[in-house]
Design a protein. Structure first.
Length: 50
């Protein structure tokens, strides 16, 4: 029973840290171009090796 008094604040702190990192990534534009990476692989811009 004593363990719950340690685990509950730790889990709340980890949840708040995860939420904070998610909100930080939203503000920095990490999810702006979701189709770019999937379309970028289709273009062949590399020069062939000799």
């Amino acid at each position: 029973m004593k363990d719950f008094f340690y685990l509950i604040p730790i889990s709340i702190a980890l949840g708040l840290a995860g939420l904070g990192l998610f909100l930080w990534s939203l503000r920095n534009g990490q999810y702006e171009d979701l189709d770019g990476a999937s379309e970028r692989i289709l273009y062949d811009d590399d020069n062939p090796l000799k």
